[in-house]
Design a protein around this ligand. Structure first.
Ligand SMILES: Nc1ncnc2c1ncn2[C@@H]1O[C@H](COP(=O)(O)OP(=O)(O)OP(=O)(O)O)[C@@H](O)[C@H]1O
Length: 295
């Protein structure tokens, strides 16, 4: 079933069209990554989806409801983690969660929320004493309090150390495994690639690409990189390469086959392809290969 449906969404801020007619769908229990450089329109789209702003055009449905006109009903079933959290700095983590529990229907127990967000041992710490990454975790705890069916996570792991990031990924995956639909934005493309099964890339208010993560990446070229042996020029090689940061880079649909061709060619000449790296396409390759205006 479709949990989030966006068709032709348009939204302007004081005459500036931040979202220019985007369409996508997110199925129930799916993790969807909405990507794009700064200012692409991702947060604006989330604000409309969460019912904070009214769409100027197009239709938006969350759990079959209009998030603006059916705000109260939608709010009860969604969790939101925006980029800027408005905490009271003098409250402790426990007091902050308790305050939010008072406004939440059937909230999770405080300790469960603390455990899910990885804030054990910080319950008595004042918000002002938390690190940036810990504040993000508190934000996550609050977004999860109402056991939401749909979670909007705007850059959820910004400021987290690698261990905290990985534990947050595990929480996100568990929630999706239990049927929660998750729409996330992130500038960490590895994070999007590891978590999301579908994605869309926005640029200047429009969608430049969207689809299944695995299918989209499979359609992208992989790469073989190595240091060019002395006295060899790129034109001597059996496959076309570009020189990037002192490395010869060959893009190929089948990078294993390209590596074999290059290694055989080198072996026949008694040459070594030092620092050889072979890899299938990553989301970062896809992102960086988009035309500059569409990145
Ligand atoms: N309240 C506002 N008033 C005026 N312009 C705004 C407002 N909010 C956003 N914008 C503009 O709309 C555009 C899209 O902003 P938005 O925050 O949606 O982008 P984003 O993709 O989330 O960016 P980032 O990755 O930096 O968070 C930007 O050019 C921004 O300056």
């Amino acid at each position: 079933m479709t949990a989030i449906g966006v068709a032709g969404l348009r939204k302007s801020h004081q005459g500036f069209e931040a979202v220019k007619g985007i369409s996508f769908e997110v199925a129930e229990g799916e993790i969807f990554a909405l990507l794009g450089r700064n200012g692409a329109g991702k947060t604006t789209a989330i604000e409309v989806l969460a019912g904070f702003q009214r769409a100027d055009g197009g239709t938006v449905r969350v759990l079959g409801l209009d998030p603006y006109t059916d705000r109260a009903a939608v709010r009860r079933r969604i969790g939101i983690m925006l980029q800027e959290a408005g905490f009271f700095p003098d409250l402790t983590v426990a007091q902050t969660i308790d305050t939010w529990r008072d406004f939440t229907d059937a909230p999770r127990p405080r300790d469960e929320a603390i455990g899910l967000a990885g804030l054990e041992g910080r319950a008595g710490t004042k918000v002002r004493q938390l690190s940036g990454g810990e504040k993000r975790r508190l934000d996550l705890a609050l977004a999860l309090l109402g056991r939401p069916d749909v979670l909007f996570l705007d850059e959820p792991t910004t400021g987290m150390d690698p261990e905290a990031r990985r534990s947050t990924w595990a929480v996100i995956r568990d929630l999706a495994g239990q049927g929660t639909t998750i729409l996330l934005t992130t500038h960490y493309l590895e994070e999007a690639q590891r978590l999301a099964s579908t994605m869309a890339i926005m640029d200047e208010g429009t969608l430049v690409t969207s689809g299944g993560m695995a299918e989209t990446l499979a359609a992208q070229s992989g790469r073989v990189a190595f240091r060019l042996p002395a006295q060899v020029s790129p034109a001597d090689l059996p496959l076309p390469v570009t020189m990037e940061g002192g490395q010869a880079v060959c893009r190929a649909e089948d990078p294993d086959l390209a590596a074999q061709t290059l290694l055989t060619w080198a072996a026949e000449r008694g040459l070594r392809l030092a620092g050889l790296e072979v890899r299938t396409a990553t989301l970062e390759d896809l992102f960086l290969d988009l035309p500059r205006s569409a990145r």
